[in-house]
Design a binder for this molecule. Structure first.
Ligand code: ZN
Length: 352
């Protein structure tokens, strides 16, 4: 009898598990122990000061899975973080929570201060406490990501040339300027070539590249949320960091909507459209080398050069925090820039 009582208590104790609970805004994270779901609800509501008659949904902090049964509860690791959602609330990732709040940012007078403060806070922190502070702070402010015209959101256009009346037009221009700067710096770099034959060959390539850029309207589509294809953002204007050149993706939830406020428009300047295979250390020197070593039966494969300089194949949008200055290992061989003259001629034959 005595043993069975002991074993009863042991069993009971073994089911007692420690959890961490918090509300959606992640303002507080509190440790509790509980045997089952109803105990979690009861203790949790008390700690989070939620009245007993409020219907609460309990979800996992890491991925939003709803906890509905004791059986499932048993499968969770000790110290699992649970979020208490009140009616009308839905789970968001910590990073998403911040950006959801950022989305509302809109302040006429303190924009620069806000952005500066945000940058400091978000530069190296992922702690729930700081995320909570940022969310809270930003909830007080407002953004307007939907409007498109100057008269609808004048603050966004402050300091913007009068010729732009639509946000998308301004953003198109911003993309075009970046692409144009890649062209100009490539041109500057090859200017140093002295050999007249090589120079003639390179000039021809640059002219062809320029023609193709014009045809593609200098890839303004990259930043234009109204573009039908090739845009890097979604149709609301959200851009997601694609991570450092040597990583598959960004693990820090970097996102931005430069259409939302003047501050974000400015902040977007800190986002780089990085070349994966570097332009000035790798692509241009290899192009020059290709021009120097070109045989008579060969032409410069300008499509390939174009791809490496201006196409998304070799461009990656990266937040400054994920931008690495270190030299990259990705290299290309200069022979990649050749195409045999025969091939060019065949391609030029019109199809009858
Ligand atoms: Zn990132």
């Amino acid at each position: 009898m005595y043993n069975s009582i002991i074993s009863f208590f042991n069993n009971k104790n073994s089911e007692m598990k420690a959890f961490k609970i918090q509300d959606l805004k992640r303002e507080t994270r509190i440790g509790i122990t509980a045997n089952n779901l109803s105990e979690i609800l009861q203790k949790g509501k008390q700690k989070l000061k939620i009245s007993n008659d409020v219907q609460v949904t309990v979800v996992l902090e890491k991925d939003g899975t709803e906890v509905t049964s004791n059986d499932y509860l048993k499968t969770l690791d000790p110290q699992t973080v649970l979020v208490f959602l009140k009616p009308g609330e839905s789970w968001m990732e910590a990073g998403e929570q911040v950006y959801h709040s950022l989305n509302k940012l809109y302040n006429r007078t303190k924009q620069t201060d806000v952005v500066k403060k945000l940058r400091e806070l978000m530069s190296d922190e992922k702690s729930p406490e700081k995320i909570s502070i940022i969310s809270h702070y930003l909830d007080q402010l407002q953004t307007d990501p939907v409007s498109e015209e100057r008269h609808e959101h004048e603050d966004w256009f402050e300091g913007v040339d009068k010729k732009f009346n639509k946000k998308s037009d301004f953003m198109r221009n911003a993309a075009q300027q970046r692409i144009r700067s890649y062209y100009t710096s490539a041109k500057d770099q090859i200017k140093k070539e002295n050999d007249p034959c090589v120079k003639a060959c390179l000039d021809e390539v640059m002219n062809k590249l320029n023609e193709e850029l014009k045809r593609n309207k200098f890839h303004g589509d990259y930043f234009d949320r109204t573009a039908s294809k090739n845009k890097i953002c979604d149709k609301k204007g959200w851009f997601t960091c694609e991570g450092a050149f040597d990583e598959g993706s960004c693990s820090s939830f970097h996102k931005i909507n430069p259409y939302a406020s003047r501050g974000f428009r400015h902040m977007f300047g800190l986002w780089n459209l990085d070349h994966i295979v570097e332009k000035s250390r790798e692509v241009i020197p290899k192009l020059i080398k290709a021009a120097q070593n070109k045989r008579k039966a060969e032409d410069i494969n300008f499509d390939e050069v174009y791809k490496y300089l201006f196409k998304r194949d070799n461009l990656r949008l990266v937040y400054i925090g994920c931008h690495k200055k270190a030299a990259r290992e990705q290299t290309i061989s200069f022979d990649q820039f050749y195409v045999s003259r025969q091939e060019t001629l065949l391609n030029d034959i019109p199809v009858i």
